[in-house]
Write a protein that binds this ligand. Structure first.
Ligand SMILES: [Zn+2]
Length: 395
């Protein structure tokens, strides 16, 4: 009897210690919807009968998106807060209000031995991804950001924006520099999809990464650098015909490709993958209701895939949020029959960003840490704490 009591106590102790154990956060996926406020999320929830990826989130929080000098942040300062945990002046990117270079969660993940990746449906030097590897006092310094990208040591990157890598005023071919550093560089989707390289950078034509991305009219398609850059010469020598991607499926496929590569090449330290769905913001700026709803459906396709990934990879943390709200977006007044349906339309109160709080959706290992109202700067700090295996600090 005595022995039985002892065993019962022992089992209870083991069960208690298992339930109290912090889940190990080995992999981090950080999905940022640029300008994705409550109006954008609402438009998806109300226009789609099937369960959205957001509804699978076990933990939901709120993020205050102010910059260091305004209630309303721009994308450089918003990205900087989410990447580095420091608020900076609007216009500054990856540097503090005094212009000092900040250390991003992606760089910290690298020093912890994690493989790293970036996937965007815009240019690779756009403010949000650049906040994870760069540091400039103006987002317009895209030539400098391209150099910082090359120096970043990021293992896998898929996006657009060849014109800052080749045909530069300094005549430097940054695709040659990437190849010299051991990367495969691809200028078309087919080569990206076929890749078995451990480290690669895909710089695709803008028409491949988004059906209506007009975020940079200076951005050339791949063909524009074809005669001059080493990546294009190597592609021509391979004899493979370049293949374009279906832009409406690009983000999901590119994220799958990056995930597969990072998972295949990561050791026990895992990986850190940053993804930006960039054009929700553009539809907010243009006050385009239809465009924003369509964009949110595309966002959801990527999110659903990631939710499944996290379910089958329990040491993975997925954090989904926005850098700020755009458009002052709300769901418009519209009556319909009881029990009936009507198409959702959005109304807008500004052509710019707003300082409205944005949602955080967290899934997988460590997700419960994000169930709170917090400043945008808290997110990378929590991620860092979780990948260091540290327990929750007392609030
Ligand atoms: Zn914007």
């Amino acid at each position: 009897m005595k022995k039985q009591t002892f065993l019962t106590a022992l089992f209870a102790l083991v069960a208690l210690s298992v339930s109290a154990a912090q889940p190990r956060v080995k992999n981090v996926i950080y999905l940022i919807g640029d300008g994705m406020g409550f109006g954008a999320v609402s438009s998806l929830l109300l226009s789609q009968n099937e369960k959205t990826g957001f509804e699978y989130a076990p933990v939901i929080g709120l993020s205050e998106t102010c910059s260091a000098d305004n209630f309303v942040t721009d994308s450089p300062a918003g990205g900087t807060a989410l990447a580095t945990g420091t608020r900076t002046r609007n216009g500054y990117l990856g540097v503090d209000p005094d212009g000092n270079q900040l250390n991003s969660i992606l760089r910290k993940a690298q020093t912890m031995g994690k493989r790293t990746g970036i996937v965007v449906n815009t240019v690779l030097t756009e403010a949000t991804p650049a906040a994870f590897y760069g540091g400039v006092k103006s987002r317009k310094e895209s030539l400098r950001l391209a150099e910082q990208f090359v120096e970043s040591g990021i293992d896998v990157a898929i996006g657009s924006g060849l014109s800052v890598f080749v045909g530069r005023p300094d005549s430097v071919d940054l695709t040659a520099e990437l190849i010299h550093r051991g990367y495969d560089v691809y200028l078309d989707w087919g080569a990206t999809a076929r890749s078995m390289a451990d480290r690669f950078v895909s710089i695709l034509p803008m028409s491949d990464v988004h059906r209506r991305n007009k975020s940079s009219n200076k951005t050339a398609g791949a063909a524009d650098g074809a005669e001059v850059c080493l990546a294009a010469q190597l592609a021509a020598e391979s004899g493979e015909e370049p293949t374009s991607s279906d832009p409406t499926e690009y983000l999901t496929r590119a994220v799958e490709k990056a995930l597969g590569t990072l998972e295949r090449t990561a050791d026990r330290n895992g990986f850190f993958l940053m993804i930006e769905s960039a054009i929700i913001d553009g539809y907010g700026h243009n006050n385009d209701s239809e465009g924003m709803i369509e964009e949110m459906r595309e966002f959801d396709r990527t999110l659903q895939m990631l939710v499944k990934y996290v379910e089958s990879h329990p040491e993975t943390l997925l954090v989904v949020t926005a850098d700020h709200e755009t458009g002052g977006t709300g769901v418009s007044y519209r009556s319909y029959e009881v029990g009936g349906e009507a198409p959702v339309t959005l109304s807008f109160s500004t052509k710019g960003h707003t300082g409205t709080v944005v949602p955080i959706f967290a899934y997988g290992a460590g997700a419960e840490e994000f169930g709170a109202i917090m400043k945008n700067t808290e997110l990378p700090k929590i991620i860092e704490r979780l990948i260091n295996g540290k327990k929750k600090s007392k609030r």
